[in-house]
Write a protein that binds this ligand. Structure first.
Ligand SMILES: [Zn+2]
Ligand SMILES: [Zn+2]
Length: 305
């Protein structure tokens, strides 16, 4: 998987940082997390195709996380998308989309499947297929907010073709049977079990996205053992009071969540526009001592997972 940071800022877009959006690239599809204003322009800058987006996950209904949604959906319509699109997010999304469709008198010819999650939701699986599972959990902010994690399922181990040749296993259906878990007897009488030929299962990767939120236990639970945790750090560690007043986290608290959840890497996002110029490095203060494997997100940055 590969993650592309499309918007890493907080509240309002600046020349340096657009508002929240992250594209997660998987085999042939893109999963979009948040869709702040200008997200479709960021797609163009990142040379990504909007048409590959299969699912959009919205964290909460503050403008910097979803005001790009209607323009995004409308452009897909103008370009005659026909493949269905799924949107997940807090209750209110449907009303917003319906209202905009009504006053603009637009319709979408592609199938738009909206899954609204209400405030009683305590966390759990919201989507699952044969390849991965998406979970959501409520976090803690001024309005109802959801964190999301995507975890790939275990993949079968590598089939050792060289060893298969050595053992005299003919190409064709018999190899398929072994791949499917069958023990086979060859014409020469040798018995071959799948364990002899196939390596250990390959563990899937996990990505977690937590914004906007205070430092909160649910973030730690959701992010458990993530390969990559994307967590907000709107303010620097010395601005804890300001973070608490506005129900945001500091960069140091993002590092604590990464450490306590046993995550491997941390990407700190939702950076306030105050951290430019001489203030740029304040956001990094003391982070490495808590969690060394961190990066301050930048727009259009790509991270392999
Ligand atoms: Zn925000
Ligand atoms: Zn917010």
């Amino acid at each position: 998987m590969e993650l592309v940071a499309l918007g890493t800022g907080a509240a309002s877009p600046t020349l340096e940082r657009n508002v929240a959006a992250y594209a997660l690239l998987r085999l042939g599809e893109i999963l979009l997390f948040d869709c702040g204003e200008g997200t479709q322009v960021q797609f163009a800058k990142a040379k990504l195709s909007m048409y590959k987006v299969s699912k959009i996950f919205i964290t909460h209904l503050h403008g910097d996380h979803f005001y790009g949604l209607i323009p995004f959906l409308t452009t897909l319509q103008l370009n005659k998308r026909t493949t269905p699109l799924e949107i997940y997010g807090p209750k209110g999304l449907r009303e917003y989309i319906d209202f905009m469709k009504r006053i603009s008198q637009v319709g979408f010819q592609y199938d738009l499947k909206i899954t609204e999650i209400d405030e009683e939701f305590e966390g759990g699986i919201i989507f699952e297929n044969s390849e991965y599972v998406v979970k959501a959990m409520p976090l803690l902010h001024r309005i109802f907010v959801l964190g999301y994690s995507l975890e790939e399922k275990e993949k079968p181990g590598h089939f050792n073709n060289e060893l298969a040749e050595e053992l005299g296993i003919p190409s064709g259906p018999i190899r398929g049977e072994i791949k499917n878990g069958a023990t086979v007897t060859l014409e020469n009488g040798a018995v071959v079990t799948p364990e002899m030929i196939i390596g250990d299962p390959i563990k899937g990767k996990k990505v977690t996205y937590c914004t906007d939120t205070l430092y909160y236990k649910n973030s730690i639970e959701l992010a458990n053992e993530s390969d990559l945790l994307i967590h907000e750090g709107t303010f620097d560690p010395d601005e804890l009071e300001k973070a608490q007043q506005t129900k945001h986290a500091t960069s140091l608290q993002a590092a604590l969540v990464a450490k306590e959840s046993n995550s491997k890497n941390l990407l700190i996002t939702h950076i306030s526009s105050r951290y430019v110029g001489a203030n740029r490095n304040l956001i990094k203060k003391g982070i490495a001592e808590v969690f060394p494997d961190f990066t301050i997100a930048k727009d259009l940055m790509r991270v392999k997972i």
